[in-house]
Design a protein around this ligand. Structure first.
Ligand SMILES: Cc1cc2nc3c(=O)[nH]c(=O)nc-3n(C[C@H](O)[C@H](O)[C@H](O)COP(=O)(O)O)c2cc1C
Length: 190
């Protein structure tokens, strides 16, 4: 986003900000170099506190208000989301000066044959390594990647709330959009 379209009061209409954010999310799915390609997924840690890690955005649907991540069923994030499915995805688009914060509820879909068929052969090794993610190993070579459909998990994230922060040249704009309000946005103090 350069400066988004302005209305008569010199403010970007809330719908314009939201449409722009969705365009950027969709670009993240198709363009490996787009900032939204690699959101940070934050979850509630099992022992309390928070956890965060970089992931790849695999799908984005503005009409459904959903995004999707793929992971290994034995990774810690899966346990964490089973215990507390509410999570946050965070994108910083430096060129657009836009922070996109998605508050989501994640549904776990394990071993989906149709989605697995679309995962390129070269990428399948990320799902099914031995030993599983996070286990102690003596040396990097002590880990073997493995392609196992039963370890392939889709995190289907239904967005409950989108919060945007645009750092504009003149002023900053922060807006919150809620599914419960039909995505009608509301301004917040930045
Ligand atoms: C650029 C980048 C992209 C990544 N994409 C994914 C991904 O799409 N899915 C995933 O499970 N882990 C991905 N990872 C690895 C995670 O950041 C994390 O290290 C791993 O999933 C273990 O996380 P957990 O123990 O918190 O579950 C990626 C890491 C980087 C640096």
């Amino acid at each position: 986003m350069t400066e988004p379209d302005m209305d008569v009061r010199g403010a970007a209409p809330l719908e314009t900000l939201l449409r722009d954010a969705w365009q950027r999310l969709c670009r993240g799915v198709t363009d490996r170099r787009a900032p939204a390609r690699h959101p940070v997924l934050a979850t509630q840690a099992m022992g309390g506190g928070g956890e965060a890690r970089t992931v790849v955005l695999r799908a984005a649907s503005p009409s459904a208000g959903r995004v999707e991540i793929h992971t290994d069923a034995l990774s810690a994030k899966v346990c964490e989301l089973e215990a507390e499915p509410r999570a946050t995805l965070l994108v910083w688009d430096d060129k657009a000066r836009l922070q996109i914060r998605l508050r989501v509820t994640a549904r776990l879909v394990h071993a989906d044959a149709e989605a697995w068929a679309r995962v390129p052969q070269a990428a399948r090794g990320a799902y099914g390594g031995d030993p599983p993610p996070g286990r102690p190993i003596a040396a990097p070579e002590a880990h073997a990647p493995g392609a196992a459909r039963e370890r392939f998990t889709r995190l289907v994230c239904t967005i409950d709330e989108i919060e945007l922060l645009h750092l504009g040249a003149e002023r900053h704009r922060r807006a919150v959009y809620r599914r419960a309000d039909g995505w009608a946005g509301a301004l917040r103090a930045p």
